[in-house]
Write a new protein. Sequence first.
Length: 101
Amino acid sequence: MLGSGALDLKGNPIHVALPGTIGTWPGGWPSVGIRGTPATPSAVLEFEEQIKPIEQHGFILADFTQDKIVLRFFTWDVKAQPVEAIDMLQPFHIAEFSRPA
């Protein structure tokens, strides 16, 4: 997050990662459920969006060390892949955040 209204956070941005859940009911997606609209970024908060919203089951594995955080993003297709496939998934996106000096 780079800012909110008059608050400028560009010098020390807040890193936000919002994964899907591996157990989401397909009718729970914003475009299918009550809203009937795709997920979109906030119109009030200033973000640098690295991944467009994906309406698919997913999860993140986060590795924390003293000098950085590495996030690995995964998707899993509940309709086409068995549960056993989760063990063999490869990340579709990797983000790395270094500790500020």
